[in-house]
Design a binder for this molecule. Structure first.
Ligand code: RB5
Length: 149
């Protein structure tokens, strides 16, 4: 189950992604916003990030104008690894190496066609373990305030 969210700047991309998910029978919940009327991206980042962090949703997709603001907001939630992606390689590697659980993109940066492509790659790329597990443990330590080299 995928959690979706956007602000006005990412509404076009989320609409295209919903079409892709519908066509592929992938279940999702759209947490809004539901139009191009101006809204504040932290609201939707928080809704999706807490939904993913709770474990109820496996992944999230968040879009704003650049993908940056909404990713910064999502990454404030414990357990979230939100990645701004603007190319296919990034979409793949952030799953393999960072075990990203939220994909972020910008409606003023990325085309609808590319956003769908990156979403497809993100949802279908597995996590790699090995050396990456140690680094992810470090991220958790930073989050918990227990990090030391
Ligand atoms: C809204 O104008 C814009 O600031 C927002 O969509 C996003 O790009 C922020 O990072």
């Amino acid at each position: 189950m995928i959690a979706l969210g956007c602000d006005h700047g990412g509404y076009n991309l989320i609409s295209a992604i919903k079409k892709y998910l519908d066509e592929n029978n992938i279940e999702y919940k759209d947490f809004g916003t539901y139009s191009t009327e101006s809204v504040d991206y932290p609201i939707y980042a928080y809704k999706v990030a807490t939904a993913v962090a709770s474990g109820e949703y496996e992944y999230g997709v968040l879009c704003c104008g650049t993908g940056i603001g909404i990713s910064i907001a999502a990454n404030k939630v414990k357990g979230i690894r939100a990645a701004v992606v603007s190319n296919e390689f990034g979409a793949e590697m952030t799953r393999r190496h960072n075990h990203a659980n939220i994909l972020c993109m910008g409606g003023r940066v990325t085309s609808e066609e590319d956003a769908v492509k990156f979403t497809d790659i993100f949802l279908n790329t597995p996590e790699e373990g090995g050396r990456h597990d140690k680094r992810l443990a470090m991220l958790e330590q930073i989050e918990n305030g227990t990090f030391s080299e």
